[in-house]
Design a protein around this ligand. Structure first.
Ligand code: ADP
Ligand code: MG
Length: 673
């Protein structure tokens, strides 16, 4: 809004705009052209008029009837009329010219049109009549006219003087007013400058403020965004806080419950501790008793084994295999024991028909009956588990520290390998004594670990062929052609024997034992030739060195378990022609027979408590010397073929086994330290 200006500012503004001061009423008869030069010049403008007016006083011709100038205050300013028409010097009376000159600076009223040159106003007629021209001769009349005219002029002069006086007064007032206005103008200009400076400063400040406002608005926008984010976050946090509070409450509830339970549990723990202490004492006492009982068990177990005999013989007859001729009925009989059919059989009767023995009447002699009695007889239908059940207790003796030796004796094809290692195909039902014995030992050792016993087992597997020892566990390139091994004492003065070049492998589970048996089978297969089924012609000795320790009581025990698959016991047919192959076979057979009879002799010597036991007569007895006699327990399986064609060999085997069975080896002593 435009502020209301003071009148002074209005004037000033008009001046600045160079507009004539026509709107403001003025008492000055100022023509527009003159006013353009400014108020300060007014006096200069008026001065010549004054002079001229004064000069009129000397004029001789003056029309007294000239109308008076209109009052200054009432003269309206004619716009654009800045120049009055010039009065020609030569026309009209002088008075008229003077009047016209004076009036030139006045604004003529609208009703007073400017007179045309040449038609200048005639001298005013005195008395309302136009004076007629006096004749030249009427000097008096002329004088009279002149006097009248003079008088008129004088009056006019007086009037003009008065006007002049008034104008001067007005001029002075105007000058004073102009001076005041000038001063006011300067003041106002100063003020204007100051105001302008202020305005500029204001503008600048306004610009700054606008920029600041923009910046602040921008910041405000950012802050508002931030505030919104924070509000959102705050809401989320509040939600989270609520959740946490709920969870906290829940946790606190649980904690209280737990604390309650804990205090209950602590009381329970205290009572349990007391109970545990009592139990520990009881346990220690029971452990003591258990140990005593274990020792007692071992003693009784040993007594039982001794009662059964430190050397026992079991007879096992294998079944007739598919494709084999069925033996005549009654060829082999398994009579019941004194306890009837429920008793396990211990007797075997073999009927041999001898064609050479004829009767006088020519009727064939009836078959000869051969009765044998053993610790146990297993008829053809007996399973591997049934057989093992009988020897499990004996095997366990090895854990108690008694050396154990189990032999399989019999002709080739009688089932020795089947008994010791098992049948073909890896069927668990036909697993042999070696894997079953080891599984049993691992299991019992595990049970005894609860009583503080720790056991370790080391296995070796060698074969003795033609009085040479070979490692059946030779790995890789040595397979089937392992270097010759020697049986040596483990150290000077040591009773323990070891086989050089043979591997002694620690075992702790069935899988490891399976792997060893598999390796041994591979080694045998490599050594086999078409002409020579070597495995039948060699003794296979599986040895397991058992070491037990009871750290708590400082007890140690250890003994070897030997599982021996002996070479075929058959004799060489003396009727056979001796070709190069047969000669070799004869040598093998002699070696086998020698070692088997040495085994029998050793057992006899031990039984008869002879001073010399011929262990050194064969590699087999030499290797097994620590497991034969003395504290050792021995079991011999005599494997029998069910076929009639093998009757001679079966009888030989049964006779050998019977001799062994009659042996009683002295009371066994456990190898305890
Ligand atoms: P050896 O080792 O005495 O020469 P094997 O153990 O090799 O005799 O037995 C010869 C054959 O008879 C093998 O085929 C074997 O599987 C089988 N055999 C032996 N004993 C039994 C048995 N108790 N039950 C079934 N088959 C048997
Ligand atoms: Mg065999």
């Amino acid at each position: 809004m435009e502020p209301q200006r003071s009148p002074l500012l209005e004037v000033k503004g008009n001046l600045e705009l160079k507009r004539p001061l026509v709107k403001a009423p003025s008492r000055l008869p100022l023509p527009g052209s003159r006013f353009k030069r400014g108020l300060d010049q007014m006096e200069d403008v008026l001065e010549p008029e004054k002079k001229r007016t004064r000069g009129l006083g000397t004029a001789t011709k003056f029309t007294s009837s000239h109308p008076r100038a209109p009052a200054i205050t009432t003269v309206p300013q004619a716009q654009g009329q800045t120049t009055a028409p010039k009065v020609p010097k030569k026309t009209g009376p002088r008075c008229s010219t003077a009047v016209v000159t004076v009036l030139k600076n006045q604004k003529p009223g609208p009703a007073v049109p400017a007179q045309k040159p040449g038609t200048a106003a005639a001298p005013p007629k005195l008395g309302g009549k136009k004076p007629s021209k006096r004749p030249a001769w009427d000097l008096k009349g002329q004088l009279c006219d002149l006097n009248a005219e003079l008088k008129c002029c004088r009056e006019r002069t007086q009037t003009l003087d008065q006007e002049n006086q008034q104008l001067r007064v007005q001029l002075r007032e105007a000058q004073q007013q102009a001076t005041a206005l000038g001063a006011e103008r300067r003041t106002l200009e100063g003020e204007l400058t100051r105001v302008r400076a202020q305005a500029e400063q204001g503008q600048q400040e306004l610009g700054n403020l606008s920029a600041r406002v923009l910046e602040l608005e921008e910041r405000l926008g950012t802050q508002e965004g931030l505030v919104q984010e924070l509000q959102k976050e705050q809401l989320e946090l509040q939600e989270e806080r609520r959740e946490l509070a709920t969870r906290l409450e829940e946790q606190e509830r649980r904690l209280q419950a737990s604390e309650a339970a804990l205090s209950g549990s602590q009381a329970e723990v205290a009572s349990l501790r007391q109970e545990a202490a009592a139990q520990a004492a009881l346990l220690a006492e029971r452990g003591e008793r258990l140990h005593g009982l274990e020792m007692e068990r071992r003693r009784l177990h040993n007594q039982l084994q001794e009662l059964k005999g430190n050397i026992r013989v079991f007879c096992r007859v294998r079944p007739v295999l598919p494709g084999e001729p069925t033996p005549p009925p009654g060829f082999l009989l398994f009579p019941s024991g004194p306890g009837g059919p429920s008793d396990p059989p211990t007797h075997l009767s073999l009927f041999r028909s001898d064609e050479r023995r004829g009767t006088l009447s020519g009727v064939p002699a009836p078959p000869t009956r051969h009765d044998f009695s053993f610790d146990r007889v297993f008829p053809p239908g007996s399973g591997q588990d049934e057989v093992f059940e009988e020897i499990a207790m004996l095997v366990q003796s090895a854990l108690d520290g008694y050396p154990v030796c189990i032999f399989a004796y019999g002709q080739t094809g009688s089932g020795k390998t089947f008994t010791m290692e098992g049948g073909p195909g890896g069927d668990p039902q036909v697993e042999g004594l070696i894997p079953r014995a080891l599984r049993h030992l691992f299991s019992v050792a595990q049970e005894l670990s609860g009583q503080g016993w720790t056991y370790s087992f080391v296995a070796s597997y060698v074969e003795i062929y033609n009085e040479t020892v070979r490692d059946l566990l030779a790995p890789g390139t040595r397979k089937g052609q392992g270097g010759e091994c020697e049986i040596r004492r483990a150290g000077p003065g040591s009773e323990e024997l070891t086989v050089t070049n043979a591997r002694y492998i620690p075992v702790s589970c069935e899988k490891e034992v399976e792997a060893l048996l598999h390796l041994a089978r591979q080694n045998r297969a490599v050594a086999r030739t078409a002409q020579n089924e070597r495995s039948s012609r060699s003794h296979s000795v599986f040895q397991l060195q058992i070491s037990g320790e009871h750290a708590g009581r400082g007890l140690q025990c250890g003994a070897p378990l030997n599982l021996v698959d002996l070479a075929g016991s058959e004799r060489l047919d003396p009727g056979l022609a001796l070709g190069p192959g047969e000669r070799e076979r004869l040598r093998e057979t002699q070696a086998i027979n020698s070692s088997l009879s040495t085994l029998g002799l050793v057992i006899m010597a031990l039984s008869n408590k002879e001073s010399h036991v011929p262990y050194r007569n064969s590699k087999l007895t030499y290797l097994l010397q620590n497991s034969l006699g003395g504290s050792a327990k021995m079991l011999m399986f005599v494997n029998i073929s069910p076929l009639e064609e093998n009757v001679s060999e079966s009888l030989n085997s049964l006779r050998f086994a019977s001799k062994v069975n009659q042996c009683v080896i002295g009371t066994a002593q456990a190898n305890r330290k």
